[in-house]
Design a protein. Structure first.
Length: 614
């Protein structure tokens, strides 16, 4: 059985049984069965599957880990958390999140006016709302309106200019006034791609000098009592626990010093996000060097020690770990449309009665390759390939000979790999890249996996079935965009192996996992491909999986309308051009108009069917 590293990245959310990938919940439905049922109902192209129960699972794990650490360390502060809406603002994620948050002291974080409106409309009264990012007078006024509605809201100040605006708005709008947080600019740096989120040159936060000035401004305006929190963030996807521990110590000491200066209502430290998700599916190449338990224990222990040594009360701890909550709840499923190397088979050989000697030797190598001489024959075939290509360049062999050369070498390599597939031979590993199969997928990586294209972020990938059959093809993946960057190339250090299937006779689906964080909100309309058809897999009390909230991908006309084209004008223009055409008769004109309107009313992904299907 090939498990595609499921033990590293899946957190037991998925399992493999009977050669199929299954959700490890309820009656353990096979994902391939759900996908085929949806496709039978006429939904083609890529699918985004949501699993709302995994949102609840992640929230519960986060709170359980911190509460266990609090109990173990006899910590006097509380643990609270908010979900940063920038990670995923889609309603079929946010609404289940808010529902599950009712059971925890879990709120929302907003970084824009639109996100703040969402938080004000959906967060439970009494659950925390954090407002981060740069703010104008209007956004700060929204915060005062939220406080008037009864929300427990904290406006985090990113600069002294914002604090001046809060003071002005407070004079104008009066009570109730939101709580005020100060974002501190730590000397401690983060690590990895987002390391610049921390450090003295970070985009956000107040320096030590600005903190002192902020305290004076709060005192002067009689708002020091509303200062309840300090906040920092050293980066997303923190792979190493050491920078966090250093940042916690620095923030803890700033917390204690500010309290000694008279900020007696300062009782909370917001450590931001950064709790990493394990994306890697290869042994020994993990993305983080700590567990959730270690993360929570280190935070609580460090703050307890500082508070004890400084003789100050232990602060309440807030986190904004959105990736940890959202990533696992969604997976992208896409059908394979074509295998581009399947033309290399015996039946496409076009051998002559008399072939060049080197081609005859290749044919002999192919017929007689065996385990004992496999590597030797492999080396010989690659040497012959170079020689024959040189002969073609010099005009000594023709295009048929070149074609036969390429086919025979590919056949030899495939045969050698099959013979030695259970051996980790260095030559076999080396040639995987040369014989990789190109799998064409009905999706856009720019739309559905933008972090792969933009940041080189890897996502776990595996087939949905045939998992009791060893895969034999080293795979690179192509999307259907007209961009050469729309490729996940074969990586010998992190190889992906897939099955050799005949797409004309059988369907083959790949799943991309942990795509629930950032991918949807950052997805771009490259080539005007739109958000995939999405659906939620909701389990009833008996453990049965039901498809709910199915929303088909936008039609071609809807996409054009979204980018401000006059779609009525487009329809009129297309209709008029068909009606004015002298190349078709009236019957053909009517048929073409019908076909055109059908296409315009569908999404832009490719619609392929198996032989014999309607």
């Amino acid at each position: 059985m090939v498990n595609y590293g499921i033990q590293f990245w899946s957190n037991d959310d998925f399992i493999i049984e009977d050669g199929k990938l299954k959700a490890n919940y309820g009656k353990r439905p096979a994902i391939i069965d759900i996908v085929k049922k949806v496709r039978e109902d006429g939904y083609r192209g890529p699918l985004l599957l949501r699993f709302p129960h995994l949102i609840h699972k992640q929230i519960q794990q986060l709170f359980n880990a911190f509460n266990r650490a609090i109990k173990h360390e006899h910590y006097e502060g509380k643990f609270r958390a908010v979900f940063p809406l920038k990670v995923n603002q889609f309603p079929n994620f946010v609404l289940p999140l808010v529902q599950y948050a009712q059971h925890f002291d879990y709120g929302l974080e907003a970084g824009s006016k639109a996100e703040l409106v969402l938080a004000m409309a959906h967060a439970r009264l009494g659950a925390p709302i954090m407002v981060n990012g740069f703010k104008d007078r209007e956004m700060i006024s929204l915060g005062f309106i939220a406080a008037s509605m009864g929300h427990e809201i904290t406006l985090t100040i990113e600069g002294l200019g914002e604090l001046e605006t809060i003071i002005e708005v407070a004079k104008m709008m009066g009570k109730p006034c939101p709580s005020i947080g100060l974002r501190i600019r730590l000397h401690s740096n983060g690590i990895g791609i987002w390391a610049k989120s921390g450090g003295i040159n970070a985009k956000f936060g107040l320096t030590s000098t600005e903190l002192l000035e902020a305290i004076k401004m709060l005192e002067k305006s009689n708002l020091l009592k509303k200062f309840t929190m300090i906040h920092f963030h050293i980066g997303s996807q923190i792979s190493d626990i050491s920078p966090l521990k250093k940042a916690i110590r620095e923030a803890g000491n700033i917390y204690a010093e500010l309290r000694k200066m008279g900020a007696k209502n300062l009782r909370s430290v917001n450590i931001g996000g950064g709790l990493a998700v394990e994306y890697n599916q290869h042994e020994g190449k993990q993305d983080r060097n700590y567990t959730l338990e270690e993360f929570s224990s280190d935070v609580i222990f460090s703050l307890r020690e500082i508070a004890h040594n400084k003789k100050e009360p232990a602060p309440n701890v807030y986190t904004e770990s959105g990736r940890f909550i959202a990533a696992s709840h969604a997976m992208l499923v896409t059908p394979v449309l074509e295998l581009f190397s399947q033309e290399y088979s015996e039946d496409v050989l076009n051998l002559k009665e008399k072939n060049p000697p080197l081609i005859e030797e290749l044919l002999d190598l192919y017929k007689n390759v065996n385990e004992r001489y496999a590597i030797e024959y492999l080396h010989d075939s690659l040497d012959h390939l170079e020689s024959l290509l040189t002969l073609f360049d010099l005009g000594y062999i023709d295009l048929h000979d070149r074609s036969n050369t390429e086919i025979l070498v590919q056949l030899i390599i495939k045969k050698v790999i099959k013979i030695l597939k259970h051996k980790k031979h260095s030559d076999i590993i080396r040639i995987q890249k040369e014989v990789q199969e190109r799998y064409l997928l009905n999706c856009s990586f720019f739309q559905s996996l933008p972090d792969f294209w933009g940041l080189g972020q890897s996502f776990p990938i595996m087939p949905l079935d045939r998992l009791n059959v060893p895969p034999t093809r080293s795979a690179s993946l192509w999307d259907i965009t007209c961009d050469s960057d729309g490729e996940i190339a074969f990586n010998a250090k992190k190889p992906l192996y897939l099955h050799d299937v005949d797409i004309k006779k059988e369907e083959y689906f790949l799943g991309f996992f942990l795509v629930g964080a950032y991918q949807e909100v950052l997805g771009m309309r490259h080539n005007l491909f739109t958000h995939p058809t999405e659906l939620s897999i909701v389990f009833d009390e008996d453990g049965n999986a039901n498809v709910e909230y199915l929303q088909e991908a936008q039609t071609i006309l809807d996409v054009l309308d979204d980018i401000d084209y006059d779609t009525k004008d487009i329809e009129r223009s297309l209709r008029q051009r068909i009606e004015d055409s002298t190349l078709i008769n009236d019957e053909e004109r009517k048929d073409l108009l019908g076909q055109l309107y059908v296409i315009l009313s569908e999404n832009g992904y490719l619609r392929t069917v198996l032989n014999g299907e309607k």
